[in-house]
Design a protein around this ligand. Structure first.
Ligand SMILES: Cc1ncc(COP(=O)(O)O)c(C=O)c1O
Length: 396
């Protein structure tokens, strides 16, 4: 008999939610349903399935049992009524735009957002008559939202400057203007922050990152109410087509079972690293919400389950110092992405955020000397030694 998970803790839900023993075979792991299509058994049922009068599987662009199990697990962890999986985080972001925006609408965001999201809003959606407005902080957000604002798009901690946005306060501002609140929860994960409990309407992830955790999948997901999931499924999947495959869903399910264990290790390692290198002479500024001097420390302490995430950003003063540092690292692979068990390092201004242009980068504090470290689950002493020797190299 399946265990009732309604009162279960986060770790229990991470392991068990979304799937039970396969009723036909007793398979313990979720089977990978590698099928594009599903027989209707009779024409009448086919008509009912297509008319959405009966729920069931009929084509894997719309839904697939393995993908559904992943969606159920995400919904259980985010405390959502539903979740819809997509082929990438950007697929999830595009689906939100396709489903909830129309010409004449405005989107407000508290910058910076992930470069791809900002590009989608500013460059793609502007061509469809949607205006995007950036706010530097919540005071400015209060000034820019108006009756045309349909979405308020938030990210916390922000990529790559690790600013903290007070979600409850931002949701209050957005809802007062009648806007929906989108939170990109990629950096925090539901283990640290559950935005729906703080007033968000739609929670999106690049599931490529911590949800998968092993750097072997590109995926996205949106958690929300049943009501909001309907347009996401219709426009994001049926019409938009940014579908997740069953093999990727299987890997995500497997990865998410250890989400709390991995997040504890990421947070512990990142905190130890930040404390160990904050006073190194090559470090001109350090961004880690766990440090008491960080501007968002108090909000983060309240909003992130007493932990502060696995990312640390350092400003080394110049592009030359940043490049020398990155080239000297040995345990941190130079690569985009984050949230893998392996440590990763990047130079946002010349990679993920390059397309934003110099003016936006300067405004958002994405300086030429900024490097972003995604702290893996290796032993913290080894990571600290590696970063220290690379900082020494950057000074030389
Ligand atoms: C915060 C955030 N949101 C969205 C994305 C886009 O996700 P994906 O690369 O899975 O399309 C990324 C990718 O780095 C990200 O860091």
């Amino acid at each position: 008999m399946a265990h009732d998970l309604s009162d279960a803790g986060f770790g229990t839900r991470a392991v068990h939610a979304g799937h039970a023993l396969d009723p036909q075979t007793g398979a313990h792991a979720v089977p990978i349903y590698a099928t594009s299509t599903f027989g209707y058994f009779n024409a009448e049922r086919g008509a009912r399935l297509f008319g959405l009068e009966e729920s069931g599987y009929f084509y894997s662009r719309l839904s697939n049992p393995t993908v559904h199990a992943f969606e159920q697990k995400v919904a259980a962890l985010e405390g959502a009524g539903a979740a819809v999986a997509f082929g990438s985080g950007m697929g999830a972001a595009s689906a939100i735009c396709l489903s909830f925006l129309k010409a004449g609408d405005e989107v407000a965001f508290v910058g910076p957002l992930y470069g791809g999201t900002e590009g989608l809003l500013r460059e793609v959606m502007s061509g469809f008559g949607v205006t995007t407005v950036e706010a530097a902080d919540l005071d400015e957000l209060r000034r820019v939202v108006n009756e045309k604002t349909r979405l308020v798009w938030l990210e916390t901690p922000t990529n790559p400057t690790l600013r903290i946005v007070d979600l409850q306060a931002a949701a209050g501002i957005a809802h007062a203007a009648g806007a929906l609140v989108v939170v990109d929860n990629t950096f925090s994960t539901p283990y640290l922050t559950r935005p729906l409990e703080l007033g968000a309407d739609l929670v999106m992830h690049s599931a490529t990152k911590y949800l998968s955790g092993h750097g072997d999948v590109v995926a996205g997901v949106v958690a929300c109410s049943e009501e909001h999931s309907a347009p996401l499924r219709l426009h994001g999947l049926r019409h938009g087509g940014a579908v997740l495959g069953p093999f990727e869903a299987y890997l995500l399910i497997r990865g998410m079972k250890t989400l709390p264990l991995r997040m504890d290790a990421h947070c512990k390692g990142a905190h130890a690293l930040a404390l160990a290198v904050q006073d190194h002479p090559a470090v001109q500024a350090i961004y880690y919400p766990g440090l008491p001097g960080h501007a968002g420390h108090d909000v983060a302490a309240r909003q992130m389950n007493g932990k502060f995430g696995g990312l640390v950003s350092l400003d080394l003063g110049s592009r030359e110092a940043a490049f020398a540092f990155l080239n000297a690292l040995t345990l941190f692979t130079q690569a985009v992405s984050l949230g893998d068990v392996e440590s990763l390092s990047s130079h946002p201004a010349s990679t993920t955020h390059q397309l934003l242009g110099e003016e936006t980068l300067a405004r958002q504090g994405i300086t030429p000397g900024l490097v972003r470290l995604s702290v893996g689950v290796e032993d913290a002493e080894d990571l600290i030694a590696d970063v220290r020797q690379a900082l020494d190299a950057a000074r030389a």
